[in-house]
Write a protein that binds this ligand. Sequence first.
Ligand code: GDP
Ligand code: GDP
Length: 437
Amino acid sequence: MPKPVVAIVGRPNVGKSTLFNRLAGERIAIVEDKPGITRDRIYSNSEWLNRSFHIIDTGGIEVGSDDEILLRIREQAELAMQEANVIIFLVDGEAGLTSTDQEVAEILFKSRKPVVLAVNKLDNPERLNNRFDFYELGLGDPVAISAGHGIGIGDLLEEVVKHFPPEEEEEYSPETVKFALIGRPNVGKSSLVNAILGEERVLVSEVAGTTRDAIDTPFQREGQDFVIIDTAGMRKRGKVYETTEKYSVLRALRAIERSDVAVLVINGEEGIIEQDKRIAGYALEEGKAMLIVVNKWDLVEKDDKTAHRFEQQIRKEFPFMAWAPVLFVSAQTKQRVPRIIELVLKVAENHAMRISTSTVNSVIEDAVMMTPPPTDKGRKLRINYATQVAVKPPSFAIFVNDPELMHFSYERFLENRIRDAFGFEGTPIRLFIRKKS
Ligand code: GDP
Ligand code: GDP
């Protein structure tokens, strides 16, 4: 179930960034900030009344000539209309109604998306009456807020959440392996999707996903059900998609969210760039299984060490996912394309693997015996027991006398012992260090 998306639209200076920051709250840091993971803030997670959702940062509009501003707002509104489930149309209650507001309202009115009108900067009761001016926009009851002072935010979100689609049942059977090809434009994702599907028995052609930002194609291979979630094909159909890199990242993120396995596609001719890392960082943060596919291998001039060197380069650039298998393919010649599905299945199995508590404990006991935890100022970490608490990704709770005594390096050591013992190729694993109660 993809999270609903909320976009904030409005002319410059009405307080969009202020509202965004207020709604964004704290990001849940599942992964510590490790070198090599780049974050940006094109979206943020938020939660209200137990529904979590994304907010899109529609980006600052530089103040230019009036015509320019209007053009940008139009772009912003159109993107919001495509990407969001609900649009917050923000206006400035201090400045009052402007003609630009009216033009934005007209654009939004034509979309079929629900719009919640919020009048900002109503910091005190005296100003509250200003909101009545905005009925003229024809967008229903305005919600009075002060993003700056945090007033009315609950009322606003209550309206927004009303327009969310109902929470759906899971779309596919639990055994179905869902995967997405992610990566920059032009690395060959669509070509790979076609090459993969060309060799498999496609069950239904092109099922539109629950959202408009991906095409799902279910297929079967040797009795195993798969769904390929394709965002690249979608981008090619929409004209707006072509121009905005930022939104193709958002779409990739949403595809990742719905997948078990993220297949990161890299162009063998070009090597790794910053955006590849950013996308990989998202997949990691979402705890997805991952596999790195180097495409266009037919175009690379090779000797017997080229693949090895390229893999070393990948390991250096992605130190946080040393566990991800790397595969060199060509969508054009179909070289090793069938291997992609084999590896997707394998990493998906590892991602869903369950280990019995007794087995986990014997691995941890052996590890502690071999390398006892270091003492810290005379105090010694004691590990009582460990147990697997979740799958997708495999997550383990390790109960200790005092979590403060657990060193990052010792935690890393335990993680590696667990990996060595169970062979979690292609999946992140998580350790939670808990105080034994
Ligand atoms: P954006 O251009 O729409 O993203 O607007 P900003 O969030 O950058 O805000 C523009 C200006 O309005 C800033 O100086 C903010 O401090 C101010 N502002 C935002 N929200 C409020 C509010 O609720 N009350 C008041 N008085 N000022 C606000
Ligand atoms: P996407 O934007 O990531 O979906 O990339 P496309 O699948 O549209 O591919 C971009 C371009 O690269 C197209 O011109 C493809 O024909 C070409 N291409 C894709 N895969 C390969 C490959 O393995 N080898 C070669 N030589 N060209 C490829």
